[in-house]
Design a protein around this ligand. Structure first.
Ligand SMILES: CC(C)(COP(=O)(O)OP(=O)(O)OC[C@H]1O[C@@H](n2cnc3c(N)ncnc32)[C@H](O)[C@@H]1OP(=O)(O)O)[C@@H](O)C(=O)NCCC(=O)NCCS
Length: 192
């Protein structure tokens, strides 16, 4: 049963912004991700205030709302929720086998018949989304574990004592967005 509707927003990054150099590009991506957060709040009927972070760079609730965002070169994603929430976006790329061992242990990989690239990115984005929802970064990666592959679009994870469900959304075949999604109806918005 759904208790809440959330509206994750995925926005394309303009070709001009993709051509920017280093710092200017990062700043443009961060601005674009904040546009996505504003839209997510708007679609959800939430009134978002200023988006501020603590000294460790962790997003602070704004007007009682939690927000999470992710930026990559070609697109950004964001979500706003009255409950803790996390979102992560990655572009698929070949990964060294060492990274598979870093992102999950043997028991987690044993949940699937093969260690394939898509599953690597499902695990990776799911863990980042949960770790953002609990306001921790990748430093707590080893405490976040995949418990079950529910279906092609859903995983169940555990962080310390809590169980988290996540939902995946593929964009353009090579980008994966994952959002924490317990008891939540998701309406995705993909915009140019
Ligand atoms: C925070 C972290 C999860 C971000 O992931 P990422 O894939 O690099 O970047 P994304 O674009 O997906 O997300 C960045 C956003 O996450 C948010 N964020 C940063 N730290 C966060 C935290 N502790 N909890 C929740 N959200 C956080 C910020 O809003 C940030 O965007 P902003 O700088 O524009 O405000 C990750 O970089 C991290 O944990 N770093 C900690 C340092 C570390 O462990 N380094 C080793 C990496 S190999």
């Amino acid at each position: 049963m759904f208790e809440l509707s959330l509206h994750p927003v995925i926005l394309a990054v303009s070709a001009a912004d993709q051509r920017l150099m280093r710092r200017a590009k990062v700043e443009a991506l961060r601005r674009r991700a904040r546009e996505a957060a504003a839209l997510s709040a708007q679609y959800g009927g939430f009134v978002l205030g200023a988006l501020e972070k603590d000294d460790a760079g962790v997003p602070l609730p704004s007007n009682g709302l939690y927000w999470s965002l992710s930026h990559k070169e070609r697109m950004v994603a964001a979500v706003v929720s009255p409950r803790p929430v996390g979102i992560d976006l990655e572009r698929l790329a070949p990964m060294h086998s060492r990274m598979y061992d870093r992102i999950a242990d043997a028991a987690e990989w044993a949940l699937a018949p093969y260690k394939i690239e898509k599953l690597f990115f499902r695990y990776w984005t799911a863990k980042e989304a949960v770790l953002k929802a609990v306001s921790k970064g990748l430093t707590r990666l080893d405490r976040c574990r995949v418990q079950a592959i529910v279906d092609d679009d859903h995983l169940q994870l555990q962080y310390e004592q809590a169980v988290w469900g996540v939902t995946h959304y593929w964009v353009g075949g090579d980008h994966l967005v994952t959002v924490t999604s317990d008891h939540v109806a998701l309406q995705w918005h993909v915009l140019e």
